[in-house]
Design a protein around this ligand. Structure first.
Ligand code: GLN
Length: 492
C-alpha cells in the first residue's frame, strides 16, 4: 500500500505532473481512507466520491495530452462547508442551510480547480463558524484524531482533523478570530490565516466581514505555502482583496533568518496557560536564539481587551450578515406560520442553533440605538488601539511568538455549557484577527494528558502582506523540530 497521505502537496503535484502516478490513484487512496476512517473522525459532511474521481481523471487526461500541469495537480483537498462549491451542498453546518446547493464556486475553489487540485468533499465546522470546538455543528460530530474523546478545535475542526488523520493533503478553512489556527494547534497540523485582503472571500459565507479570511491547512509549511501561492491575489469580485503582487511562497521558504528579530508579547504570557504549553513555546524561542535570531520582549498593552472587543465586533457584524436567512431567500422555511413575520421568526428559531441565536441577540443589542456608542463604537476604538500595539511591535521586530492556544484539546462537552470558557480559547488568536495581520500555527510539541499525547501549536504573527517572512520564520523552526510530520498512531 502506498503512503500518499504522508506526502507533501508539492511532492504529489510533482509526481502527478510528471506522470509518475496518476491523480486517480491518489484520489482513490484518499477516498479509501475516508471510507475506512471517517466514521470515527467525522471530518467530512459530504464526500464527493464520483466528482473527485472525475476531476482526477480530467487532470490525468490533460497531463497525458501534454498540457502544462497545474501547481497542485492531483492534490486532494477538502473544503470547509462555509465555502461555496458548485454542485455540492454548502451548509455552514447549519440546519437553516441544510440541503442548499451553491450554484457557483467560491473564487478560492475555482483557483484550486484551475491549479489541478481534486476536491474530495466538504468539511464540518461550528455552525456558521461560531465556536472553538466544532461542537456547535448542527450537522455532524468531529473528534480529535489524537484522542477521540476530545474536540478537534474550531471552528474549522473538520479541516484540521481531516489533515491530521491523513484524509486530505490540503484543506481550506476560514478564520475570523482564530478558527484556522486554534484547530490546527489542537490537531497538530499547520494552519495559516493570511493577511486580511490577501485571499478573495468571494463565495465564503459571511460571518464577520471585517475579520473573515480564508486560509489553508497542511501537514507541513510547504503545503500551506504552495496553496497560498494558488489562492492569493486580487479578485475584482471581492473589493477587500487587494492587488498586491503574489510571491512564490514555496520557492522562497528556505531564506535566511539573518537580521531577523522576534518579539515575545509579554501580556500574552500573563494569561493562565497549561504549563506544558509554555514550556514547548519557550523551547521554540530557544531554537530561534540558537539560530542567531534576536528574541526580545515587546509590550502589547491592549491585549487584555481583545476578547471583549472581538466578541462585540464579530457578533455585531454577524447579526447583520445573518439577517438574510429569513425563510424567504434561502434554506429552511417553517410551513405552519400564517404570516410573514411569524414565518421568519419560526424559520430562524428552528434553523439556527443556540450559539448562533445567542450571537445574533448579542450583536443586535450592541448595535441598537442607545447602546451603539457604549458597545459597538467603543469596541471599534479599542480595536484601533490593538492595531496600534501591532504597529508599534512591528517597528521593533519582524514576527511575534506565543502559544496558539493556552490549553491543549479539551474533552467533548467540557465547555459547551459555558460560552465564556469557550470564548477564552481565542485569547491568543483574536488580537491578530482584529489587526488584520497574517498569522500561522505550527506544531511545536506535545503535552501528556491521561496517557495521551496532545499536540501544541506555536503561534507566529507578522506584518501585513509579509506572509513570505512569516512562512520563512516558521519553516526555520519546522526543520529543527523533531516532531514535524508526526501523525496520530490510530490513523497511520
Ligand atoms: N472561536 C471564535 C468564535 O467563536 C473564532 C471563530 C472563527 O474564527 N470563525 O467566534
Amino acid at each position: 500500500m502506498s503512503d500518499f497521505h504522508c506526502w507533501a502537496a508539492d511532492r504529489i503535484a510533482g509526481a502527478v505532473g510528471s506522470g509518475e502516478v496518476t491523480a486517480e490513484t491518489v484520489a482513490r487512496h484518499f477516498l479509501e481512507r475516508i471510507d475506512r476512517l471517517d466514521d470515527k473522525v467525522g471530518a467530512f459532511l459530504q464526500v464527493d466520491t464520483q466528482g473527485a474521481i472525475e476531476q482526477a481523471r480530467a487532470v490525468d487526461r490533460d497531463i497525458a495530452a501534454g498540457k502544462p500541469p497545474g501547481p497542485m495537480s492531483g492534490v486532494p483537498v477538502g473544503i470547509k462547508d462555509n465555502i461555496c462549491t458548485r454542485g455540492l451542498p454548502t451548509t455552514c453546518a447549519s440546519r437553516i442551510l441544510e440541503g442548499f446547493v451553491s450554484p457557483y464556486d467560491a473564487e478560492v475553489v475555482k483557483r484550486l480547480r484551475d491549479a489541478g487540485a481534486v476536491i474530495l468533499g466538504k468539511l464540518n465546522l461550528d455552525e456558521f463558524a461560531m465556536g472553538s470546538s466544532c461542537e456547535n455543528s448542527g450537522l455532524g460530530r468531529t473528534v480529535n484524531p489524537w484522542d477521540p474523546d476530545r474536540v478537534p478545535g474550531g471552528s474549522s475542526g473538520g479541516s484540521a482533523a481531516a489533515v491530521a488523520a491523513g484524509l486530505a493533503t490540503i484543506t481550506l478553512g476560514s478564520d475570523t478570530g482564530g478558527s484556522i489556527r486554534q484547530p490546527a494547534a489542537l490537531c497538530g497540523v499547520v494552519g495559516l490565516k493570511p493577511t486580511y485582503g490577501r485571499v478573495s472571500r468571494f463565495g465564503l459565507i459571511a460571518f464577520a466581514s471585517s475579520l473573515d479570511q480564508i486560509g489553508p491547512f497542511a501537514m507541513d509549511i510547504s503545503g500551506v505555502a504552495l496553496t497560498l501561492s494558488v489562492l492569493a491575489g486580487e479578485d475584482p469580485q471581492d473589493s477587500t482583496c487587494i492587488a498586491a503582487s503574489v510571491p512564490d511562497y514555496l520557492g522562497t521558504l528556505e531564506g535566511s533568518l539573518e537580521g531577523k528579530k522576534i518579539g515575545i508579547p509579554r501580556e500574552y504570557f500573563e494569561f493562565e496557560m497549561h504549563a506544558g504549553i509554555s514550556q514547548c513555546v519557550e523551547r521554540a524561542a530557544q531554537v530561534y536564539r540558537d539560530l542567531g535570531v534576536e528574541v526580545v520582549e515587546v509590550p502589547m498593552p491592549h491585549t487584555k481587551h481583545a476578547i471583549a472587543t472581538y466578541y462585540l465586533v464579530a457578533n455585531a457584524e454577524a447579526s447583520s450578515n445573518l439577517a438574510r436567512y429569513d425563510g424567504v431567500h434561502y434554506g429552511h422555511r417553517n410551513q405552519e406560520a400564517k404570516e410573514l413575520v411569524e414565518m421568519s421568526c419560526r424559520s430562524r428559531s428552528e434553523g439556527f442553533g443556540d450559539e448562533v441565536q445567542r450571537r445574533i441577540m448579542l450583536g443586535t443589542f450592541a448595535l441598537s440605538s442607545g447602546y451603539y456608542d457604549a458597545y459597538y463604537l467603543r469596541a471599534l476604538k479599542v480595536r484601533q488601539l490593538i492595531r496600534q500595539d501591532f504597529d508599534a511591535a512591528f517597528e521593533q521586530v519582524d514576527a511575534l511568538l506565543c502559544p496558539t492556544s493556552p490549553i491543549p484539546a479539551f474533552r467533548m462537552g467540557e465547555k459547551v455549557e459555558d460560552p465564556m470558557q469557550m470564548y477564552l480559547c481565542d485569547i491568543m488568536t483574536a488580537p491578530a484577527s482584529l489587526a488584520g495581520v497574517p498569522a500561522i500555527s505550527v506544531p511545536c510539541g506535545f503535552v501528556e494528558e491521561e496517557g495521551r499525547s496532545l499536540p501544541v501549536g506555536l503561534h507566529l504573527v507578522s506584518r501585513p502582506f509579509e506572509e513570505e517572512t512569516l512562512l520563512g520564520i516558521a519553516r526555520a523552526f519546522e526543520v529543527r523540530y523533531e516532531g514535524s510530520g508526526r501523525m496520530p498512531a490510530e490513523v497511520l
